[in-house]
Each structure stands twice: as C-alpha cells, then as structure tokens.
Design a binder for this molecule. Structure first.
Ligand SMILES: Nc1ncnc2c1ncn2[C@@H]1O[C@H](COP(=O)(O)OP(=O)(O)OP(=O)(O)O)[C@@H](O)[C@H]1O
Ligand SMILES: Nc1ncnc2c1ncn2[C@@H]1O[C@H](COP(=O)(O)OP(=O)(O)OP(=O)(O)O)[C@@H](O)[C@H]1O
Ligand SMILES: [Mg+2]
Ligand SMILES: [Mg+2]
Lengths: 256, 256
C-alpha cells in the first residue's frame, strides 16, 4: 500500500507548503517515485513548481468533482521522479459544491486509489483550515505530517488538530496515524524557539522528528523562481534540513 | 455610522491576529471605544487577551446562529475602553451549519448592528480562508485592512483576495472599501522584504499604510502572557509600530 502523507495544520503560515514542496523534491532525489497533490486553493505548491495556473486545462478540482480522472491532471516537474497534481483558485468552489453531495469526504481517496500504484510516496499539501478539503486529505491519507512553527499560537492549535485526527480515524479512516511533528522556522536567535522545542519534545517524545527546519531565507526565496530549494541553492541550511527530513521519513515508512 | 474593519487575508500566518489584537489596544489607548470580534475558530485573538475558552458561557458562535444577542457575549479586557467578543473552537461548526440557512451571509452584520452605537470602531479578526465566516465579516464591514507579510507567497494571494472584495462589494455590501494594505514582519536583514515593499507600494500607491510593522519577537511573545504588546513591552519596536498604525487608521477614518 503506497504511503499517502497529508501535510496538515489549520494554523496558517506554519510551513505546510514549504515542507510539502521540499520534502517531495528531497524524496525524489532519494530515488523514490513521488506525487505531490496541491489541495490548497491558494495553489502555492503549484506556483512553487513554476506552474502557470492560467495555462492549466485540468486540475485537482476536476478530479474531485468527477469530471476528470486524476491521471489526466498530473504533470511532471523539473525534478526527476516527481509528479504534481496542480490546482488553481477554482478549488475554492469545491468546498461549497461538495457539501451536499454524497461521499463528499472520500472523493480524494477514490481519485488517488486509481493512480497510487504508480508511486512510492504521495504527499498532499493542505489549506489552513479543518474544512472539507482537509477532511478529504485526512480520509485519503495513511499518515499525517504536522509542520509546527516555533511560536506560541502554533502550539495552541495543536490540540484542535489532534482532536480532528482522532475523529477522522474513528469515523472515516482507521489506518490514519500521526507520522510525525516537524518543527519549522526554528530561529537560534529567539528564546521562544528553544522553549517550543523543549515543550513539544517533552510532551510528544519520539513522534517529533529529530530534524528541525531552521528559519532560512533561501526557503522563502526559491518559490519566486518556481523551483524547490534543492534546485535553487543546494547548499543552503534549509535545503539540507529537508534532505535530512526525507531520510527520516523513509526510515519511519520502512518501520511501519 | 460606526466604522467596522475586517482584518482579512486568506493567506495564513501573515499577521491578521497580531494586527487585530494590537491595533485594537492602540486605538483604545488613543481614547476610542473599541470592540474586537474574534471570528476565527482558532480563537487566537481571544487567547491573546487571556480568555480561558473553557470558562466561556457564550461566544460569537451563539450570536451567529441566533441563540444569543451579541451584547450578551461581549466581555471587557484589561485595556480600558476595549471590549472583546470572544470565540471558541465550536465556531468551526458555524461554517457547516449556516451553509444551507437563509441569510447565511448577513448574520454577523445583523448581530453587530444591535451594538454598533456603543463603539467608535469595531475590528473583526478573520480566519485564513475565503469561506462563510470571512464572507460574513466582509458583508458586515465598512472597510478591509489587509495585513501582507513581506514574502513571495503572500503577494501571490493578493489578487484572489481583491477579487473576493470586488464580488462582495458588487453583490452584498456596496459601501465596502479597501481601507489599506499593511506590510507586516518587515525584516531589515532580508532583501525580500525590501523587494515586496517596493513592488507593493509602486502597484498600490497610497492604499499602502506608511506604517510598516517590523519583525519583532516581543509581538510573538506577548500572546503567551495573555496581553497585547502595549501591556507586555510598551517600548518594543512592534508596540510603537502599532501605535503609529492606530494614528494612521484614525486619520483615514476621519477622511472618509
Ligand atoms: N524555514 C523557513 N525559513 C524561512 N521562511 C520560511 C520557512 N518556511 C516557510 N517560510 C516562509 O514562510 C511563509 C509561510 O510558509 P508556508 O506558506 O509554507 O506556510 P503554510 O503553512 O503553507 O501557509 P498557509 O497556511 O497559508 O498554507 C512563506 O512565505 C514561506 O516562504
Ligand atoms: N511583526 C511580527 N514580528 C514577529 N512575529 C510576528 C509578527 N506578527 C506576527 N508574528 C507571529 O507570527 C505568527 C503568525 O502571526 P498571526 O498568528 O498573527 O497571523 P495570522 O494571519 O493571524 O495567522 P492565521 O492565518 O493562522 O490566522 C504568530 O506566531 C505571531 O506571533
Ligand atoms: Mg500553504
Ligand atoms: Mg489569526
């Protein structure tokens, strides 16, 4: 069964897209066949791979509402071994359109099932909410990777997120597990970063990835060139951290 | 007519809550009678004022679904002249519960109308999405203040947000205007910050506030003490920037 990882956290701006984009590229560099699904109407993951949203004929929305097969939406990227299911802003409409439909929660799971065997790992970038799109991702996923910014508000939202994971696991997807919590934007100059690190590790233990993503401007510059960090600045601290994370993720996938 | 400002941007983590919380306090310090409405199910604005969500008997959700008058939900804060309409996580349910109701977009507008005369300014902290809660805020508002992080992804989302403002103005709320764009988390050490500043000001001109909010750790520490920055560290760069912003906002309100 191909592992499907939802990169999720309803708190905004914690590094979901940056993690999805750079982990996907790092896994592909480690020889895995990877698919990245952009499930956020902001379409930041699509932009990060240089996709011109106006030029897309079909995208994730068409696969969710059943107009297209997911296979017909998928495109290749500059990174060997990495495919992308891009999105555009129309995806905002899916939340309202699917609410009264049957099987509204399992649309993505069924769409991904048609192509899962073509890949070794599938990643899903989620929007900053616990609405229908994120519920679709959690219902389709085998595991959840939770990026956590080293900030006070980000910690506040964790219990709400973990409560939602429990509910989805109990009612829609028994095999869903918390694959790991990833500390992001860790800033050595900032006492708060060390406090969050200490508190989260003492509370969650080994669920927290050893890899910590440092605050690194190269990670926020690379999307403007339509490239993941590994193609923009291979020696940057942020790039190396995501390469380390890919190794840790592969280790956890083998263990499970 | 009491000015009602929606602090909105669907991009996550751009400083909506930090701006709502600290602008509200700064306006109150400038002798305005202020109400802050927390319309985000994350309830970060409520936390920033030390509200214990478990102790709330009623909150914004009750006023939106018509179970309570907004007046019965409002509490005072440590800041003289500033009241708060707090929320808790149940607000997540409002998006799903209201979708099939009549007048789902005007619930907040009608609730605020019952208490507007008690205040000189009303601020609404919005969640990171363009769903029903944000549409309610834009329908109730007289103006929108858009916090914009000095980052590439944040700029990307601006056209989507401005498109939504136009649609709400055309179909639900003719008097809605873009009160201003506020540059947040400006980091002097980071070239990207200067690029975003230059690009946004040349494109949007005087709509962009002269006040720029610097990246300042005191702004991210103060919520963990349940206080706005002005009660936590009155001389911090972030605190002073929001005091400047309050003066600029008052100037724009007088002009209109
Ligand atoms: N480690 C990092 N160092 C520096 N900047 C970062 C880092 N990670 C992310 N960023 C920047 O911070 C901002 C927020 O990150 P990102 O957009 O990935 O978060 P998100 O959780 O996907 O946001 P949203 O909730 O809007 O989907 C972006 O501008 C991004 O470029
Ligand atoms: N000027 C600043 N300097 C330093 N940190 C800041 C600044 N503004 C906000 N922050 C911190 O950045 C994070 C994001 O800010 P905030 O939560 O206010 O954004 P938001 O747009 O309300 O997020 P969401 O989309 O989740 O509602 C928070 O942890 C906050 O403390
Ligand atoms: Mg994102
Ligand atoms: Mg917020």
């Amino acid at each position: 069964m191909t592992p499907i990882l939802a990169i999720a956290n309803q708190k905004g701006g914690v590094g979901k897209t940056t993690s999805a984009v750079n982990l996907a590229a790092s896994l592909a560099v480690a020889e895995a066949r990877v698919l990245l699904v952009d499930l956020d109407p902001q379409a930041n993951a699509s932009t990060a791979y240089g996709v011109d949203k106006r030029s897309l004929e079909h995208h994730v929305y068409d696969a969710l509402v059943g107009r297209r097969m997911l296979r017909d939406v998928i495109i290749s990227t500059e990174v060997e071994g990495l495919d992308l299911a891009p999105t555009d802003q129309d995806l905002v409409g899916a939340e309202i359109e699917l609410v009264s439909e049957t099987e509204r929660d399992t649309r993505l799971r069924d769409a991904i099932a048609t192509i899962a065997d073509d890949y070794d790992v599938i990643l899903i970038d989620c929007p900053p909410s616990l609405g229908l799109l994120t519920i679709n991702a959690l219902t389709a996923a085998t595991g959840v990777l939770v990026p956590l910014q080293c900030e006070f508000f980000a910690m506040e939202g964790l219990s709400q997120l973990l409560g939602t994971l429990d509910r989805v696991q109990a009612t829609r997807n028994r095999s869903l597990n918390l694959m790991g919590i990833l500390l992001t934007m860790f800033d050595r100059r900032n006492r708060l970063s060390f406090q969050v690190d200490k508190e989260i590790r003492s509370y969650f233990g080994p669920v927290v990835f050893e890899t910590r993503i440092p605050r690194n401007v190269r990670l926020s510059e690379s999307p403007s060139f339509g490239k993941p960090a590994i193609l923009y600045d291979v020696a940057a601290a942020g790039t190396l951290a995501y390469l380390d994370l890919a190794q840790e993720v592969l280790g956890r996938l083998e263990r499970d």
